[in-house]
Design a protein around this ligand. Structure first.
Ligand code: GAL
Length: 490
């Protein structure tokens, strides 16, 4: 009898190991989900290790002992939360960690923005779920995607705990002609409040799966938590002509000039909106096939971008625009163009939002400054009641598993000369004082950087010129029908 038992043993052992791996895998995922700020505070080293494991994608294939460690960590996390709550430890932000909402689910609001209204913060973003695929039409530049589900909204009064308010602008699965059809693109939703009309206005990048449509979409709601009514998409400023045409005609390269003023309006991809203190709102969008950004005044109801507009950062290929005001001046932080792959952020300042804008260079300092700490900016917002704290929000995209993309929140500082500065923090809290030094709260910018367009252009990752390296075998799928009116290829 002994023989067969020994013979069976390796199989049983293998079965046991298989089951153990499955359970431990679940447990490690759970531990990451439960990797709350409190646990992170109690076990900073372990939490850093987990983040790194996740970032380098080693967690998926980890060994039995690694899984065992993760399981032990899970157990500690279970204990850590009640212990740390009882101990009254202050909460922290843990950039790059899984960030559970108040229901215990990971916050799902990518490319997002924050609106502060009547004492509550609202976080709107792209709800990403399902399998990440690489459509054939985007293979040359690594444009992976998931189907559009809609725009999610979370609310918070303390910026740490976010309640899921649901999908406030859902996709329209039944209608392939709709801009909100799951096979198309809906990115970077931003919401501003119009005090005159008492409406919440959402602007977003609408596109075909191959990003050729390049349009701006707009939706409106009576409540911050929706539902938002989708009003449609368009290319801004059709036939308006840029305010600075006379200037730009002199300095624009002959190749980018023909992209201007197409009869159906300006191409509009990555975008953001900014409402100024005087109630005037502006739309910033990457245009002319992406090399040049535009800023356009919005109509009084914030629903139309019909000029006037200005061309900014000509030939600099800026994406992911983030605009904010500080000490009476306007600031912009943007990325270069390298699809989901991170690159070095740029910053700029202006006395008038319509320009001229002066580039101030990369705001990030320290390790990983050259790739914005593995992320791409999406919003900067002021903490209510604090003149010493602005928060920079970014996305750490996971190109091959987009729903698992993470959030990077960092306090924004200013250099003595008045340049925006971002430094990595493993954990930080709102208890931070004087992130913006008293001197910098009313500063004038004296530093500038040499932004010679041609030199910068050479080092730029332009998605068409330098497509990111792709792994050899990836699932791909044909593009969905674009169906968005006249499509002018980028
Ligand atoms: C990025 C852009 C994202 C998304 C992505 C697609 O450059 O900022 O919003 O469009 O490209 O690859």
């Amino acid at each position: 009898m002994r023989g067969p038992v020994i013979k069976q043993f390796p199989i049983a052992w293998r079965r046991f190991l298989g089951t153990y791996h499955a359970i431990a895998g679940q447990a490690s995922r759970l531990s990451l989900t439960l990797h709350s700020r409190l646990a992170a505070r109690l076990f900073p080293a372990a939490s850093r290790l987990l983040n790194r494991a996740l970032l380098t994608r080693k967690a998926a294939g980890c060994s039995a002992s690694a899984n065992l460690l993760l399981t032990i960590f899970t157990a500690l996390v279970f204990l850590a939360v009640p212990i740390s709550r009882a101990a009254g430890l202050p909460p922290v932000f843990s950039p790059g960690a899984v960030w559970p909402d108040t229901g215990g689910q990971s916050i799902n609001a990518h490319g997002g923005g924050i609106l502060f209204h009547d004492g509550t913060y609202y976080w709107y973003g792209e709800f990403k779920s399902g399998k990440t695929i690489l459509p054939d039409c985007n293979k040359s530049w690594g444009g992976t995607r998931v189907d559009v589900v809609g725009v999610s909204c979370y609310s918070s009064t303390n910026l740490y705990d976010w309640k899921n308010e649901g999908i406030v602008l859902p996709a329209v699965p039944g209608d392939p002609q709709s801009d909100l059809y799951p096979g198309k693109v809906l990115e970077r939703p931003k919401v501003i409040y119009n005090h005159a009309t008492r409406q919440f206005i959402m602007w977003m990048h609408i596109d075909s799966a191959d990003y050729a449509a390049a349009r701006a979409g707009v939706a409106v709601s009576q409540l911050p938590t929706g539902p938002f009514k989708y009003l449609g998409s368009f290319r801004p400023n059709a036939g308006v002509g840029s305010e600075d045409d006379a200037v730009s005609a002199r300095i624009t390269s002959p190749t980018s000039r023909p992209a201007l003023d197409p009869p159906d309006g300006q191409m509009s991809r990555d975008l953001t909106v900014f409402a100024d203190d005087d109630g005037q709102a502006y739309l910033f969008y990457s245009s002319e096939g992406n090399p040049t950004m535009h800023v356009s005044r919005l109509s009084a109801d914030y629903l139309h971008a019909d000029g006037p507009y200005r061309r900014l950062f000509i030939g600099r290929s800026m994406e992911a625009p983030v605009v904010f005001k500080h000490a009476g001046r306007y600031y912009l932080i943007a990325s270069g163009c390298s699809a989901w792959a991170p690159n070095a952020a740029r910053s700029a300042v202006a006395d008038s939002i319509m320009g001229p804008w002066t580039e101030l260079g990369n705001p990030c300092l320290g390790p990983d400054a050259t790739n914005t700490f593995h992320s791409q900016g999406t919003c900067v917002f002021a903490v209510a009641g604090r003149d010493d704290l602005l928060i920079f929000m970014a996305d750490r995209w996971d190109q091959w598993n987009l729903p698992d993309s993470r959030y990077i929140w960092l306090p924004l500082e200013f250099s003595p000369g008045g340049k925006p500065v971002l430094r990595w923090q493993d954990h930080w809290s709102l208890n931070i004082r004087n992130a913006i030094s008293p001197a910098a709260r009313g500063h004038r910018v004296v530093e500038t950087v040499n932004t010679h367009v041609n030199i910068q252009k050479r080092i730029e990752f332009h998605r068409l010129m330098h497509p990111p390296k792709l792994p050899e075998t990836r699932e791909s799928a044909p593009c969905q029908s674009a169906g968005l009116g006249d499509i002018i290829p980028a």
